[in-house]
Design a protein around this ligand. Structure first.
Ligand code: FMN
Length: 220
């Protein structure tokens, strides 16, 4: 439908995890634009559609971004505490996640496409300057799901924010926009799989805060 591949919605939802191991193979421009179009089908505050998707594929720009992403990872995220955790608990899901994030920190520039999801800032006096963040995340998730339908991996990342001024200056992002999320996109080296998540019943209350749903109340 709509010229897109047939792909089961729930399969996409259940297998779209952070795909940080990506092949450098280029992605056809036509597919990229289909994915961006899917992102633009998302809802936004008063249908303002305050997004710009900035596509970066030149080797020089990718290298510039990759150097800063790696520095941010090493300086601000991969703390001594996290290193120790990795050494002491290597078999845990958290350690698996960390190893995948380390891989990305060292290889993000190899992804054929880096997408910056930028969102407009409010201009009205009560919240001037604040980014319309609630209006970019639905579009970002649409983008990731649409990429999945084309067999493309994505990861939602934010470490570029530590160097956002330098990055924005290089790419010409104006101050009226917040450079919210960086999404590396490419064909996966890793395997698709169901992400590790808490059971839905652990994160649901019924009628009153704290009241758990009956485990079988929704069975048919
Ligand atoms: C707002 C946001 C910011 C994130 N920033 C980063 C990041 O900077 N680097 C990174 O490797 N992953 C980042 N992630 C990805 C999360 O770590 C990932 O979604 C989470 O660990 C679940 O991973 P999974 O879907 O593979 O299970 C971010 C995710 C979100 C939603």
């Amino acid at each position: 439908m709509y010229g897109h591949p047939e792909f089961d919605l729930f399969e996409a939802i259940y297998t779209t995890r952070a795909m940080r191991r990506l092949k450098p193979d280029p992605v056809p421009q036509e597919i990229i634009m289909k994915i961006i179009e899917a992102a633009t089908m998302a809802p936004s505050n008063s249908n303002r559609q305050p997004w710009i998707f900035l596509l970066v594929s030149s080797p020089e720009n990718r290298q510039f971004i990759a150097e800063r992403y790696k520095e941010a990872w090493e300086k601000y995220y991969f703390t001594a505490e996290k290193k120790l955790f990795l050494e002491n608990h290597p078999a845990t899901p958290e350690a698996k996640n960390l190893r995948s994030a380390i891989y990305l920190a060292n290889h993000i520039g190899e992804a054929p496409l880096l997408i910056f999801a930028c969102v407009k800032r409010y201009s009205d006096p009560t919240r001037a300057g604040q980014p319309m963040v609630g209006s970019i995340y639905p579009a970002i998730q649409n983008l990731c799901l649409a990429a999945r339908a084309y067999g493309l991996g994505t990861a939602i990342t934010s470490l570029h924010k530590h160097f956002v001024n330098e990055i924005n200056q290089r790419l010409g992002v104006p101050p009226e926009y917040a450079n919210e999320i960086l999404i590396p996109l490419g064909y996966p080296r890793g395997r698709w799989g169901r992400p590790a998540r808490k059971p839905a019943t652990d994160v649901t209350f019924v009628e009153r805060w704290g009241a758990r749903p009956h485990p079988r109340s929704h069975d048919g």
